[in-house]
Ligand binder design. Structure first.
Ligand code: COA
Length: 393
């Protein structure tokens, strides 16, 4: 047993808790790699489904493998009817991320492979999760608005199918491609909070769905995936603000955070943000909504300057900063932004769960069990004297 090392109360920053073969970040240079491939290359050349295959299987598929994987995803799209029946009984004002999280055990109940713990059975579970999350998000959105969920459509690509499920109309090719690129960009990011949550849960030998439900919960927080919805709130609030630098200074003076700025690992601009910034500009021009790209850039510029003044030059836009205006211009409601993040990150979560369960980057599976320093009430090893409640004052 190696000696205990104290790394307490630092949020595990910089602590290497495991090996992984799935993704790599160089935070100084702003580089993100999935299974050896630069994110820029995948965003330009690949598709979300191919990227999901890469993450799950470790290598790009042959044409035949790609066709077969795509077919399996398409065939798994249908949600069990009892999921929609449950949705109809849930309070309409429920938070979409709570709905996504609550749906994961429902999907588990319908999975014929649930307790089969082989690698292939886990890949089949991953395929079902990747295929079905878009229907969860879109189906809930329709039901909460008093509409019926739509039947699945085998002809449409993954991203186009989500728009169809949401709105009942097919997006143009460019819009579908843009959403697909967003899904590629969000698919994995090493040991972020939600992925770590997934891995920690399955290290107990809990099934994949238990791990994913934990991941969804972690993603919902505003310091993680929830930041994209917060960015949209900020953009709405600042739509007619004339003094953006003054607003930014005021926020920081009050100790508040500028959402979508800063990152636990990147010390320079997040490479995904660069892609999304370009997409914001292009969509803005195409849709006559350049106000969103202009406003976002103004906030970015003012924030970066203000952070520099305060000796924090490493705080730059992260993936959530420009994904917010992109999704907004795609006509997606702000409270679905984080669920869309989950629709993408599900690929990374499942890949990490498989790596953890089958010890693909370590000698053997190992239950996570860190230690703590007890600083609470202490009456010695015999413990404090218990007084019955009737005798307590
Ligand atoms: C993501 C985040 C939690 C990472 O932060 P971190 O590097 O781990 O470190 P900390 O949270 O300890 O922040 C370090 C310092 O920078 C400040 N800081 C970091 N990001 C900031 C932001 N967006 N706005 C204002 N201050 C920020 C912190 O207040 C802290 O200041 P202090 O040292 O004076 O207390 C942080 O940048 C943040 O809260 N960003 C906004 C939320 C967001 O966009 N999350 C999505 C991440 S992809």
């Amino acid at each position: 047993m190696s000696e205990a090392v104290s790394v307490k109360n630092i949020g595990l920053r910089g602590v290497k808790v495991a090996d992984t073969k799935i993704s790599f970040i160089d935070g100084e240079q702003g580089i993100l790699i999935y299974r050896g491939f630069r994110i820029e290359e995948l965003a330009r050349e690949s598709s979300f489904i191919e990227t999901a295959y890469l993450l799950l299987r470790g290598a790009l598929p042959s044409k035949k493998e790609m066709d077969s994987f795509t077919r399996q995803i398409v065939e798994a799209r249908n949600l069990p009817e009892f999921v929609y029946e449950s949705f109809r009984r849930w309070p309409k004002q429920s938070q979409p991320m709570d709905v996504v999280q609550a749906s994961i055990p429902l999907l588990a109940m319908a999975d014929p492979d649930l307790l089969e713990e082989t690698r292939e059975a886990n890949v089949r579970k991953a395929i079902r999760l990747i295929a079905r999350l878009p229907q969860i998000v879109a189906g809930w959105h329709r039901i909460r608005n008093g509409l019926d969920p739509l039947p699945v459509n085998d002809r449409l690509s993954h991203a186009a199918h989500f728009f169809w499920q949401l709105n009942g109309t097919e997006p143009d090719e460019e819009m579908a491609r843009d959403l697909d690129t967003c899904l590629i960009l969000h698919a994995d990011h090493t040991f972020n909070a939600s992925t770590f949550a997934c891995r920690e849960v399955v290290s107990t030998r809990a099934h994949m769905y238990a791990g994913v439900a934990a991941g969804v919960g972690a993603l919902s927080g505003s310091l993680h995936g929830g930041a994209n919805a917060e960015v949209m709130k900020m953009l709405m609030e600042l739509e007619s603000e004339r003094d953006i630098p003054g607003w930014v200074k005021g926020q920081l003076d009050q100790g508040k955070r500028i959402m979508g700025m800063g990152h636990a690992v990147y010390r320079t601009t997040d490479p995904r943000a660069m892609f999304l910034k370009e997409m914001t500009q292009r969509l803005g021009k195409k849709l006559g909504q350049e106000k969103w790209s202009k406003l976002s850039e103004e906030i970015e510029e003012a924030s970066v300057k203000e952070f520099e003044k305060r000796g924090k030059p490493a705080i730059k836009p992260n993936v959530d900063f420009y994904s917010a205006p992109v999704y907004h211009m795609m006509g997606i409601p702000a409270d679905l932004f984080t669920p869309i993040f989950a629709m993408s990150r599900i690929a990374g979560w499942c890949a990490h769960i498989i790596e953890e369960k089958f010890a693909e980057a370590q000698d053997k599976p190992m239950l996570y069990r860190p230690s703590t320093e007890y600083i609470g009430n202490y009456c010695g090893l015999m413990g404090c004297t218990y007084e019955p409640v009737t005798e307590r004052r």
